[in-house]
Design a protein around this ligand. Structure first.
Ligand code: ADP
Ligand code: MG
Length: 299
């Protein structure tokens, strides 16, 4: 399988602060690659380096198998569409006029512009001023601006940020469809939920370091089930030195293996805690994510 984005030890330091720390990205062709991490974990900085917008402090980047250098950047960029941080576009112009600017800059055809507008379902609204657009429409216009050049690679920084569930669903459907057409889509978010259902490969950053890269199934292998104990004596159970939280009808303990389950049940029973039911509950992907990122600053 072709690797579209390949980095070796990609690192960026700002005045001694390591924002991106030795990343080895492997983004295969034609997938939605979810680039996840809490705010400040280095997602935007990484994407800017991939686009040549900021220079790495050290490390190498290969795009489409070619090293990214000042010289190669000019040749590579026409096949890369991107949207970094806030959606672009002039508010006092219409959606169509904004795309017209992209068209002139890149020498695109009118068909390409029409197609991009249709792909993000903005054809109907193309003549309205961007300032009247909803946030979702602005994000979609940003994606259209990135798409108009018919890129082989799309790099989108938090395109679902601030959208309602319907808006997120719309972008999800769009990105999955684009990947199905062979376009490689790298998409970042600080919220796992927003990316989970669209990405087939996930990378998780924490404080500039990559703590996971692989499929969703592989991420689940990191999960240890929770234990739920139903008891009318929940507070007493917690007072017995068992670390957990109160839930409806009992307590919930996270990440408990089989040996510890036996030990905990024995301890509680001996202490006179009435146990009505003990069951294992798989962790949600969100929990796995939280465990991996150490809950550092997640919203
Ligand atoms: N231009 C900059 N100058 C100094 N520090 C920066 C700059 N850009 C980003 N940082 C710092 O680098 C870290 C990563 O930021 P960023 O890449 O924006 O994270 P994310 O996109 O995951 O929220 C943060 O600590 C941020 O404050
Ligand atoms: Mg960011």
């Amino acid at each position: 399988m072709n690797t579209i984005i390949h980095t070796e030890n990609l690192t960026k330091t700002f005045k001694g602060h390591v924002a991106v720390d030795g990343l080895n990205l492997r983004v295969p062709q034609g997938v939605v690659y979810g680039f996840l991490g809490p705010n400040g974990s280095g997602k935007s900085t990484t994407m800017k380096m991939l686009l040549g917008l900021t220079q790495p402090t050290s490390g190498d980047i290969r795009l489409f198998g070619r090293p990214l250098t000042r010289a190669s950047r000019t040749k590579l960029l026409p096949s890369i569409g991107s949207m970094i941080e806030a959606p672009p576009g002039y508010a006092h112009l219409s959606g169509r006029e904004n795309l017209r600017i992209v068209q002139d800059m890149l020498g695109l055809s009118t068909e390409q512009i029409d197609h991009a507008l249709a792909t993000v379902r903005l054809t109907q609204h193309q003549h309205k001023l961007v300032r009247t657009y909803s946030l979702g429409m602005k994000q979609r216009l940003g994606i259209a601006m990135a798409l108009a050049r018919d890129p082989a690679l799309l790099i989108l920084d938090e395109p679902t940020n601030g959208l309602d569930p319907a808006g997120i669903e719309e972008i999800r459907t769009l990105l999955v469809r684009l990947a199905g057409e062979g376009i490689t889509v790298m998409v970042s978010s600080h919220l796992l939920d927003e990316i989970d259902k669209m990405a087939s490969v996930l990378a998780i950053l924490s404080q500039g370091r990559m703590i996971f890269q692989g499929t969703r199934d592989r991420l689940f292998e990191h999960s240890v089930p929770d234990l739920v104990i139903e008891t009318p004596d929940a507070r007493k159970a917690l007072a017995e030195g068992v670390t957990g939280t109160l839930v409806d009808g009992g307590i919930r303990l996270s990440g408990v293996g089989k040996d510890r389950t036996a030990e905990i049940v024995h301890r509680l029973a001996t202490a006179g805690v009435r146990i009505h039911e003990v069951r294992r509950v798989a962790q949600s992907l969100e929990d796995v994510f939280m465990d991996l990122t150490g809950r550092d600053g997640l919203l």
